[in-house]
Every structure is written in structure tokens, then in C-alpha cells.
Design a protein around this ligand. Structure first.
Ligand code: PA5
Length: 426
């Protein structure tokens, strides 16, 4: 489904040196004996998922698709980025689908929140609220506002048919609220952390409502699970990529820059930044994940990448065949001098920009570049890609001797904020 070329970053000789470590860690992942081992539920999820729950989810998502104009997805971090990434990658950034998807609960921004609430005043909308803990402040505030608006518009009874929650099976304030109000709920299993949850109801409800073939997405992930469930560094492209990242880190690179040539793939970079950043950035270790979208950013950060401090390497994610394309037309006067491109497609121009940039960065700039090539993007490929990166992330973090599945560092700002907000006990 994808090609992974790490040859510009690490030699076969260096890869082989990792074999023993990788064998040990792969066993640890398989047998769930590593750090954070009660959070490896994502590993077998593409085959182990609750089939009955998925059927119920699909039915409810279809109901939302048939009966509402807007679905507001309310969540943050791992309860937001996966769905946003998949919607952009599969539907485009200017989607004209009959169901509009809007995100809320990922910010305290008063401007954004008020704008969305104003917009929803005259819309027939449903809510998909997502929180594993059920206590995340951004999400809880946004949901309180959305619920209040919805109940004022359509009443409490009709609201019950318009609210769909994803949360823990038993615990948390959201679960209690859902039980009290009788909202439809789907489970985010306790052994799967937020940033590893895109293939659970967390990502799947809104994607199904948007008309995405989520079963194909799970099948793509199941295929990746089968392919990467081995420790053979000669053929396991997921672990080869993990090893290349570790090699860069140990050879002085501080930043992994994710590069795409498609604005609709930019959110994949956001998802990756959370996945790797929150999983690996601990104990004063880890690569800082960054991202650029070319050719747009060739006119801003492109200069730094070519010529600036040599602190980074790139991982380019190149989709060869776009779903849509545009041909450059003829112009009689040719005052813009573009007739030499007449009849050529924008995808051709984009690919030439890719090839030219890669050569410039690798050869002239001396920037090591991994290349992940995707023939075309669809639900199956994306599911495969999600699994590829999650498994790579677990391997990478264990190579750093770090627990991939916790995030102790994000609690500190919360404590300070709660203290300042006057929350009881802080
Ligand atoms: O990856 C993670 O665990 C976090 O980013 C969470 O997804 C995020 O903090 C949201 O948490 P919750 O789903 O509990 O509201």
C-alpha cells in the first residue's frame, strides 16, 4: 500500500545493527510487557474491535447523515486530531458533502467558540462529543455550550436523538451525564490512549457520518497489522522507518520535519506531531516533530530547510495520484509565459516540484530525507498508514527507553490553570 525508502537516512549496515534491540522490543510489544503495557489495545484493535458496536455506530452515523445538516465534533488532542486528519485527507479541505463537519472543544478561544455558536443558531445540527476521561476542560465547556444551544433550539427530548458520545465504558463525568440523559454512547476502550484511538469510535463515528467507508479503513489497518507483526528488519518497513528515526536522533538531529505536497494531508502532519511529540518527548529525550506543506511553505520555511541550521531530517509523505486534477489551459497571448505547460496537469507540476525540492534538499542542502510514497489516498490506505505510524511510534519510543503511552508533562500546566481558575482542590 505504501513504499518506504529510508536509504538516504540510514545504510543497510547501520539498520542491521539494530536487529537485536528490535527483536527484543517487538516481543515486548507483542506480549505487552513493556512500559505502559496496559495501553497496547490499539495493536490488535483492527481485528479485535467490537463488531456489534460498529454496526450500531454505522446505523447511528447514517441517521445523522440523513437527518442533520451539520455534525459538530467536540474533542481535543487524540479525541480530535484523528478524525480531522482523516476527513481532510479523504474529503478534501473544501468538501461540499451534504453533511458539514465542524470541530469544537479543541480550544478555549472565545472568538472561535462564539463564531461557531452563532453559525449553529440557524442550523439543524447534531453533536459527537468525545472524551475518554470525560473531564477535559476544553471539551466539557464546549459541550456544555453546545448542549445548551441545542436544547434551547429543539428541546431536551429531540436533543437526545442528536447527541452521540464516545467515552470510557464506566468512568468519568461524561459517562455519568450520558447515563443520566440517555445519550447514545460508544466505548473508547481503557487499554487504548487518545492518540492511538483514531480507529476506534473516536475517529469512526464522524467519519462514518461523513460517508467514509470505515470498514475499509479498519481492513487497511488489519493488513498493516499483519505485515508489521514481525521483527525482520530486512522487510519490516515500519520498523526500518522507526530505526531510521532513532539513528537520526542519536546522530545529532533534533527535528523530524514531516513534508507533504497536499494541503489536505497537512492534518496528517498535525496528527503525527501529537502521536510522536506526546509519546516520545519525555525525560529530556525525543525528536521534535515539525511539519511543512509544500509548495506553499517552500516560500517560507523552505529557505531554512535548504540552508539553515543542520538540526533536522525530513520524512516526506508523497501521494502520487490525486483524486482530482486540473489541466493548464492555452492562452493566445502567453503574456505569463506559461504556454510551455499547456495541457499539463497540476499533479504533474506538483510532482516536479517534489522531485526538484527533494534533489535540492538532499544533494545541495545535505538534509537526510525519508520518503513514504502512496499511490493514491483512500480509506484503506489511510487505515494502513495510521497503523504504520502507531506501531512505529511504539517501537521508536521503546528504542529511547521511554513509555510511549503516558503524558506526565501535560498535567503540570493543568494544575496551574485549575489553581488560577479556582477549581476545588487546586
Ligand atoms: O493522547 C492523549 O491521551 C491526549 O491527547 C488526549 O486524547 C486528550 O488530552 C483528550 O483527552 P480526553 O479524551 O480524555 O478528553
Amino acid at each position: 500500500m505504501i513504499k518506504v525508502d529510508v536509504s538516504n537516512v540510514i545504510s543497510e549496515e547501520e539498520i542491521v545493527k539494530y536487529q537485536e534491540k528490535v527483536t527484543k522490543i517487538n516481543k515486548m510489544i507483542d506480549e505487552a510487557t513493556g512500559l505502559g503495557n496496559d495501553y497496547v489495545g490499539w495493536k490488535d484493535w483492527p481485528v479485535d474491535y467490537d463488531k456489534e458496536e460498529l454496526e450500531r455506530l454505522l446505523k447511528d452515523a447514517q441517521y445523522v447523515r440523513d437527518n442533520f445538516d451539520v455534525l459538530v465534533v467536540c474533542g481535543i488532542g487524540g479525541s480530535y486530531l484523528g478524525a480531522k486528519c482523516a476527513l481532510d485527507a479523504l474529503k478534501g479541505v473544501k468538501s461540499d458533502d451534504k453533511l458539514e463537519i465542524i470541530f469544537m472543544g479543541q480550544t478555549f478561544s472565545p472568538n472561535y467558540t462564539k463564531q461557531v455558536l452563532n453559525y449553529l443558531e440557524n442550523k439543524n445540527f447534531a453533536i459527537n462529543v468525545i472524551s475518554k476521561s470525560g473531564t477535559t476542560t476544553e471539551t466539557s465547556i464546549a459541550f456544555r455550550l453546545l448542549k445548551d444551544l441545542l436544547e434551547r433550539k429543539v428541546g431536551k427530548e429531540a436533543s437526545r436523538k442528536a447527541i452521540y458520545a464516545v467515552t470510557d465504558k464506566e468512568k468519568g463525568a461524561l459517562k455519568t451525564l450520558c447515563n443520566n440523559e440517555g445519550y447514545a454512547t460508544y466505548v473508547l476502550p481503557s487499554n487504548i490512549g487518545g492518540r492511538f484511538s483514531v480507529l476506534t469510535p473516536v475517529g469512526l463515528f464522524s467519519l462514518a457520518a461523513a460517508g467514509v467507508d470505515v470498514k475499509a479503513m479498519l481492513e487497511g489497518a488489519a493488513l498493516a497489522r499483519k505485515e508489521f507483526d514481525n521483527d525482520d528488519l530486512k522487510k519490516n518497513k515500519c520498523y526500518r522507518y522507526a530505526v531510521s528515526r532513532d539513528y537520526m536522533y542519536r546522530n545529532g538531529k533534533a527535528v523530524e520535519m514531516f513534508v507533504t505536497y497536499e494541503p489536505q494531508m497537512s492534518q496528517l502532519s498535525e496528527w503525527l506531531k501529537q502521536l510522536f511529540g506526546e509519546s516520545e518527548g519525555k525525560e529530556k529525550k525525543g525528536l521534535l516533530p515539525g511539519s511543512v506543506t509544500f509548495s506553499t511553505d517552500l516560500h517560507s520555511l523552505g529557505q531554512f530547510l535548504q540552508d539553515g541550521s543542520p538540526i533536522l531530517f525530513e520524512t516526506v509523505i508523497n501521494v502520487l495520484n490525486p483524486e482530482l486534477d486540473v489541466k493548464i489551459p492555452h492562452d493566445d497571448l502567453d503574456l505569463d509565459g506559461l504556454n510551455y505547460l499547456e495541457g499539463k496537469t497540476l499533479s504533474f507540476v506538483n510532482q516536479m516540484a517534489y522531485q526538484g525540492t527533494l534533489k535540492a534538499h538532499q544533494e545541495d542542502g545535505g538534509v537526510p530525507c525519508n520518503i513514504i510514497t502512496i499511490d493514491s489516498m483512500n480509506a484503506g490506505t489511510l487505515g494502513y498508514l495510521f497503523y504504520f505510524f502507531m506501531r512505529c511510534c511504539a517501537m521508536s519510543a521503546y528504542l529511547l527507553e521511554i513509555n510511549p503511552f503516558n503524558q506526565p508533562g501535560v498535567e503540570i500546566y493543568k494544575k496551574n490553570m485549575f489553581h488560577l481558575l479556582g477549581k476545588k482542590g487546586y
